[in-house]
Design a protein around this ligand. Sequence first.
Ligand code: COA
Length: 265
Amino acid sequence: MSTATTPTYETITVEREEGFATLTLNRPDKLNALNELLLVEVRAAILTLAQDRGVHALIVTGAGKAFAAGADISAMIEMPPAMAKAFADAGHAVGDALESAPFPSIAAVNGFALGGGCELALACDFIYASDKAKFGQPEVNLGVIPGFGGTQRLARRVGLGRARELCYTGDIIGADEALRIGLVNAVHPLESLLPKAREVAKKIAQKGPLAVAQCKRVTGRGADLPLERASELEAQAFALLFGTSDQREGMKAFLEKRPPQFTGR
Ligand code: COA
């Protein structure tokens, strides 16, 4: 059930529910191919949701049979290099917005997640796949490479060898193989994919939002740092949370044997 009004977009829909939001890529006749407008709208929606103190998790999914079948090939075919760079920057800006948002994002991959679609899913904190999902970085078939973070985030998620194999061959893999290599956290029948993602989003929304935001920040930034610096980052974030009312409330509620009432302060 929608609990707040959100801006209207042409290529996506955003539905607000209690504690979380669902962003649906909505160009089903083009398998949700990512064109410039869609990238701009996805980023704008994430930035708007990041200002909303009631949003504690985001689900990203696709309308129809695809999550997203990649960057829009018909929009790219005539691009000169400078325009291609701007297009790649727009794709990266979406990844940056997802990673900088205070709330975690869950990609609920319903169908094809190819090229930019796979990259968009990889920019989310984790991925749930339907049994119909298919993943791949088939850009080499088109004479190009992944441009929205695939060469980097895929390797960080599944390891350099598997990422290179997928990027060099353009192979498309099913949900079970994606689960086996650690690209996705779980596979669900298509009809239970969104209910499962909602259940997890609701669960996250009930936790201390400042704690979840710091968990996201520290696991994300720490992954690219030497262990010593990453551990220091963790210790600082741990200490920071002891200056919040949510820490007092969470610990007091435990000792008083009642559920906590977090306020995000
Ligand atoms: N860019 C632009 N349009 C795309 C697209 C993309 N990445 N992927 C699909 N579409 C369009 C098709 O051109 C078609 O449009 P049309 O009906 O106007 O002809 C429509 O979406 C449906 O796609 P179609 O190919 O007919 O569906 P399918 O079920 O037969 O095949 C795929 C599905 C995903 C295998 C196939 O669409 C595909 O290979 N897409 C491109 C994947 C890719 O290379 N992505 C990386 C881009 S960098």
